[in-house]
Design a protein around this ligand. Structure first.
Ligand code: PYC
Length: 336
């Protein structure tokens, strides 16, 4: 096999609050010139092997979120993007958008200022500070259903909200259930009786709970709008840092959990808080992740639409060329 037969794929890796993003900047399949929704469909139907090659083992891992950096339809926009992970394409990704903004700055393709990004679910505007910080204004977010009750195997009744923040979420509040006879998950206390926030040490337990909830939603036929699968489960507890408002644990499609506070999940949360009157437009919400990393969020009301704004920091940590060698039995990754 000659070197010329090896396919080369250029990527830039970053992390946002601990959650990795691998942006493919060159060597990806031709997805046409359509909208990002059309290109996402082509990617999903015709190039799933490429998705696996980029994010699955042995090059990637379950945690990695990938992104194809596309030419925008409107040249006035900074870029187009299609996000994906080990389970398939995503609709939107907040931590990934922060990573993308910082990556475009790192590559010298944008400078500090306001930029527009085309995504499969609409235009996302972001402000880049010229270093590591990005604030994005997400697509309109909303709650579809409040206090939906489901029967979860091994747990019992679980109550949560269904909300859209660029992906579909089922949001369950631990405090809501803390005094119930069988709380969905308990928050442990220290000797003084102060709650210990759930942390990485609890990730396996929380993943198991979240997976059971997701299976129950699927088995009960409970979906997002138009029958869309609710593929993200978000559990909330008290923050570790009293300066913050809340800590979350987000199970992503597949079996990995978000190391960041999840931009789309925080957007869904903000929409629920505003609809409950617990957060006013313009007011800041500080959402902590299971790692303790934090996104600042707020909401702008535009007519009847709620537009979440999410701020976080990302750091570029690799520039690499992936080699897809035809003699390698796992050149296209290991399919889960
Ligand atoms: O930040 O929106 C997000 C996200 C979705 C999946 C992983 N991160």
């Amino acid at each position: 096999m000659t070197n010329a037969m090896i396919r080369r794929v250029r990527v830039v890796d970053s992390h946002t609050g601990g959650e990795p993003t691998r942006i493919v900047i060159d060597g990806f399949p031709d997805l046409g010139q359509g909208s990002m929704a059309e290109r996402r469909m082509i990617f999903s139907e015709q190039h799933d092997d490429f998705r696996c090659a980029v994010v699955n083992e042995p090059r990637g891992s379950d945690v990695l979120v990938g992104a194809i950096l596309c030419e925008p339809v409107d040249p006035a926009n900074a870029a187009g993007v299609i996000f994906f992970n080990n389970a398939g394409p995503l609709w939107m990704c907040g931590h990934g958008t922060i990573g993308l903004g910082v990556t475009l700055g790192h590559l010298g393709r944008i400078s500090a200022g306001t930029h527009r990004l085309e995504t499969p679910v609409g235009i996302v505007t972001f402000e880049y500070d010229g270093a590591n910080r990005v604030s994005l204004e997400n697509v309109p977010s909303y709650r579809l259903a409040k206090e939906v009750s489901i029967d979860v195997a091994g747990i019992g009744e679980v109550v949560g909200d269904i909300a859209w923040g660029g992906n579909w979420f089922f949001l369950v509040d631990a405090e809501h259930r803390a005094h119930a006879p069988n709380p969905v998950f308990s928050i442990r206390s220290d000797k003084m009786g102060h709650p210990i926030p759930f942390g990485v040490a609890d990730a396996e337990r929380l993943s198991d709970i979240a997976k059971r909830i997701r299976s129950a939603l699927c088995e009960s036929g409970i979906t997002g709008a138009d029958g869309a699968e609710i593929d993200h489960i978000e559990l909330f507890g008290p923050p570790g840092d009293p300066a913050n408002d809340s800590r979350n644990f987000v199970l992503c499609p597949g079996s990995a959990y978000d190391r960041s506070p999840c931009g789309t999940g925080t957007s869904a949360k903000l929409a629920c808080l505003v609809e409950d009157g617990k957060l006013q437009p313009g007011q800041t919400w500080r959402q902590e992740s299971i790692l303790g990393s934090m996104f600042e969020g707020s909401v702008r009301r535009d007519g009847d639409q709620l537009l979440p704004r999410i701020t976080g920091s990302a750091y570029v940590n690799a520039e690499a060329t992936l080699l897809l060698d035809p003699i390698d039995p796992f050149q296209m990754g290991i399919r889960a």
